[in-house]
Design a protein around this ligand. Structure first.
Ligand SMILES: O=C[C@H](O)[C@H](O)COP(=O)(O)O
Ligand SMILES: C=C(OP(=O)(O)O)C(=O)O
Length: 358
């Protein structure tokens, strides 16, 4: 009987060594203007989480980035809107390069920048870093999902806020990584709606961890973290039900309080909170505004999926057929709706925010 004698790499087809984080940063260095945007953005978010700044922070932008040109056009529009509502809301651009898939699908610009299964990851890392620099140089803070545990070594210096997604909040690897992130971090509740996984993540992330990571030269390194004091939960609904309503928010606040972790809550207006119907997001935003008017003190931030144009599209065979400024992952609200909903939220909460009980 013939046996396979090989015992390792049976299912590995190939490996390709990539540019190191240090080399990428040398090629695309942080400018002073970009540094100001990152440092300033993180500080405002920390101040909001510490209740020193009464504003709400709003992570808003495309579900995923596939076209840096459209992303920059969106960023410059958002910058103008951010200045307009600055007294009530702190807008942070959603710049998601890594997509966690329920099963399979396009995994985002870093993984496959040409959207044709060519997986030019090194090019993806360059494009991502270039775009984050351009966004920061506009003076806009950026938020991203930290999905691959090695990616932060390449990009985290340009990130003001990070998310751990619903599919990875329960993962020890992601909790460990988050304990070393330089930015504040939001943990989504589970896709089944379970808050426990996010509460447990909060209990874990505040502590130092030791784990295998990579160093700036791409070498495997025992990584010792300090713990991240700026973590909070993100309610995104799940299991077919939303959890942004006042009862769900109060229950979440109670559970966080009982666990002895931060009761700061962000509400994701998309995903299961809008039953994946992007046009419902403004209703969620309106509801959160009403909860704040009615005295809620735990909600500190919102997430909104928005693009230049509404809806979404399948990635076409021929990329020339892509519609400009339309999401290729989850559906988004378009720009006009975005402006209207953000202005409406700012107008609703502007006067009450400074008087919120802390
Ligand atoms: O936000 C994006 C999606 O909801 C997430 O990546 C899962 O997408 P999928 O269910 O289409 O794979
Ligand atoms: C994948 C996302 O969300 P969630 O983890 O809540 O599904 C996302 O915000 O892109």
């Amino acid at each position: 009987m013939s046996q396979i004698r090989q015992v390792d790499d049976l299912n590995i087809e190939s490996q390709q060594v990539l540019i190191t984080p240090r080399a990428l940063k040398e090629k695309l260095p942080l400018s002073d203007a970009a540094r100001d945007a990152v440092v300033g953005g993180r500080q405002v978010i920390r101040d909001i989480l510490d209740r020193k700044d009464p504003r709400l922070f709003v992570v808003i932008g495309p579900c995923s980035i596939h076209d840096p040109k459209a992303a920059l056009e969106y960023a410059s529009r958002l910058k103008a809107l951010a200045e307009e509502v600055d007294d009530a809301l702190f807008l942070v651009l959603r710049v998601y390069f890594e997509k966690p898939r329920t099963t399979v699908g396009w995994k985002g610009l870093i993984n496959d920048p040409h959207m044709n299964d060519s997986f030019k990851v090194e090019e993806g890392l360059h494009i991502a870093r270039r775009l984050l620099l351009d966004v920061a140089e506009l003076g806009l803070p950026a938020a991203t999902e930290a999905l691959d545990p090695t990616t932060p070594q390449y990009l985290q210096d340009l990130i003001a806020w990070s998310a751990i997604g619903a599919r990875t909040t329960e993962s020890q690897t992601h909790r460990e990584m988050s304990s070393g992130l330089s930015s504040p971090v939001g943990f989504k509740n589970g896709t089944d709606g379970s808050l426990d996984v996010a509460v447990n993540a909060m209990l874990s992330v505040q502590y130092p961890h030791r784990f295998l990571g990579i160093d700036p030269d791409g070498r495997v390194a025992l990584t010792t973290t300090r713990g991240n004091p700026y973590a909070h939960v993100v309610l995104r609904g799940g299991g077919g039900k939303p959890n942004y309503d006042s009862v769900s928010v109060a229950l979440a606040e109670g559970a966080l309080h009982k666990a002895g972790v931060s009761t700061n809550i962000m509400v994701d207006c998309s995903h299961a909170n809008s039953n994946k119907d992007p046009s419902l997001q403004p209703l969620v935003m309106e509801n959160i505004g009403n909860q704040i008017l009615e005295g809620n003190t735990s909600i500190v931030g919102l997430m909104v999926e928005s693009h230049l144009n509404e809806g979404n599209q399948k990635i076409p065979e021929n990329l020339d057929d892509l519609q400009y400024g339309v999401s290729v992952t989850d559906g988004c609200i378009g720009w006009q709706t975005t402006e209207d909903a953000v202005r409406a939220l700012a107008n609703k909460v502007r006067d009450v925010l400074p008087r919120r009980d802390r």
